[in-house]
Design a protein. Sequence first.
Lengths: 466, 449
Amino acid sequence: MRRMRRAAGFLSAMFAVMYLCLGVYFAYSVTVYSDRWFADPANPNILHTDGVIPGSVYDRNGIALARSVKTDDGGYTRVYADNTDVRRAVSQLLGDTRGQVANGVESFMAAYLLGYRAGLTTRLTQLFSGEPRRGDNIRLTIDAMLCVYAAKRFPSGKSGAVVVLNYKTGEILAMVSLPNYDPNSAKHAAGSYYNRATNVLYPPGSLFKLITYAAALKEIDGATARVFDCEGRYSVDNLTVVEARGAKHGKVTLAQALEQSCNVVFAQLALEMGYSAIERQARAFGFNDTVLFRDLVVKDSKYPTSSQTRDDLAQSAYGQGRVEATPLEMALVAATIANNGVMMEPKLLDRASPTETGGLPVGSSVYRKALDETRSMILKEAMLSAVRTGTASGAAIKGYQVAGKTGSAEVSSDKSVPTHAWFTGFIDDPSFPLAICVLVEGGGSGSSVAAPLARDILREAIRLSE
Amino acid sequence: MTRGDMRQRLVILVMVFTAALGMLAMLRGAPIPGTPVVYTADMTALLVTAGMLGMILLGAYALPKRLGVDPLLMTLTNFLCALGIFVQYSINPNGGLFHAALYAAGSVLTILMMIVIRRVKTFRDWWLWIALGAAALLIIPRFYTVNNAHAHIPIQRNGEGLITMTVQPSEAVKIVLIVMLADMLSGHGWKPDAVWAAVFAGMCVLLLIVEDDLGTCVLYVATALLMFFAATGSFSVLLTGVAGAGATAAVTYRFTGKLKTRVAQWLNPFMREQLDNGQIGLKGHQIAESLMALAAGGVHGLGYGIRDTFRYVPEYSNDFVFTVVCSQFGIVFALAVLAAYMVIIFRGMRVAERARRRFHALMAIGSTALLGVQTFVIIGGVINMFPLTGVTMPFVSQGGSSMLSCMALMGILHGVHACAEQDEREARALTDPDYGASRGVSSGREARA
């Protein structure tokens, strides 16, 4: 009998552990993932909204991006912004209720828009008054006019993306993807449903040198003082690393190598440090990690380490080979460097409320610390001088401290296709804490295409926020 | 706070909950947004509520005094049953009334089961006949096909020949399994009995495999395993059993298609797939719909009676009823429901610890283990913690066989509890004559050790 009593006691404890796991898993998974579950485009509660009046979506200045308007037959229909340019500029960001665009605001924030996040009082009032359920109105952090400017200033006919965010708060001010479409017209350009800022992966090219640089500052003693030798080409095993336009940088420090975007030096650094050191730093910046932001879904950027050849390792140092990143991720890298190594969680939702104007702003939150302050200062300095005297000089704005890094990412092995033009950078100014990332698919050189584009968009952002 | 105070508070809490739900059910016209408010006075709901409140009081005060049932177990069971009745009522009033009727029948069954347990010391003389009866019960459904499985016997069809009501014999055999195993394993050192127990359990499991009822099969295996562990007190038995079950699952996964889809749906419930109609749809349909409805509920739920979120969840009144509870009452309440199940399990094991006879202790452990495993398996499946196994959620899911068998399990626990109390009283009366005299226990009877 005593044995059996012991067994009963043990089974009590076993069930306690099992149910505790069940409860913890349940509470955790619902808190972390429920927005994503609900926002799935196949959710019948988003597709069939009978009996609910979906809330409106506004930009940060109160421009209506989407509203519900009563139709003659008593139902409600979704109406988008009056201005065609606004409709086009925010098309993928806003998305639609049918899930043609993956994870746009209209579907990803449906829990708010359809009133599933309403407070208890609102819920009870609706319950007993018998009025149709009214979803919350939401205000985004987006500046629609900045989006319009970015979309118009973008090289015509080119595909690509622009992300502008506030690096102190993480608020996304502009997120534009081209080509875009007009939700009011039936003809939509091919590929215009992709949000290229968040859902498409590109080789980051030289922008990745920022991460390699950050890793080197940690892994290699005396990295700042060391002098490297660049003879214009460098042979690994089967790969010869060459410089853009056949340049030869001679004896350079690391800071100068970044400023001049010297591939040879970074390839040497990578071979010296190895995969794991770079991977650790890349992971700190959000690569190889399942990012779960509350307001938006971003494809996971990748720094693959499975192929361990020295050629791949050398190429990965300057973001070629199998390294892939989203424009938003590269904007976050610049924003983190600007914000002393602290990555703020990027956010789109400013406030949600049952009334037209009320509601408290959702606070900002730190996503993670990716870098220590000393290293972020060194990187910031190098990016500032890249704009002052280096490859990114096209991004300079008179009267402001602009920092940046350009990239021209190869997408073919034989150079038959023009490179993707990249720029990521920020304004080093506490009153205009703006970070930007620009990508022009097949745009050519980062210095001559992406940097001036970023400069103009930043200048417009300053003008709009003044 | 004394034990009596705690009990009183729990009873009040459960009664307030029941009365509140009853009131909402009575005004059922109201909680559908978008439709004009019709404050109906639903008399059926009123009657059910009144009956339920009476049952709660009865179970907490009168029955413990008269029959020696355990008030805590009774109150928690009544809470879960009230939740079940009102949730079913919000889904479909007739279903709710059916659930209430089953609850009433189940309460009678609880008392009957309790009386049987108090009277009978062993079933040894009838083992063969009981085993044959159980086998027959498990074989019959093999000849019918309901929902692509052979676990049910249809007993009612509508005008078009569609099956409207079924009986699931494996639910009744659950009770037989527990009583038989407890009986066979209760002897000291008489080995052949343990072998018979293994043979009987093996036969039941084999027949369930033939029935193609995976969910019940898992429950039988887990219950038998935990009972063998309790009888021997040996961890090697437990570990060997778990390893054996794991290996069987691995082999089944490797060689049959059935588990593969379940595992795939568990790993990625939102995976898209080409559907039969040529469109692209959700692969883990059931789980995905369940998760989306859970998410709609959020922390405090959408409110009792709000139906629009779960109407797309398959089997929402049955296997997925926990999803409905979450979407209507929110995750905080759902966690409270989990806690109620957990307290029932603790209490059940406590009843087993206090039992004076091996037969009784083993029955209590078996009943508690079955309830515990069944609840764990279905809730864990519904929230996608592990692959879904279709079993019912005790006391809440729709389904007569399941409700009755769960109530019978509670009857076993109450019976064991009452016997232990009586034994304890008699033992104390022997050593302390004043105690017995004051409680009116005849001190002359010999205490059973």
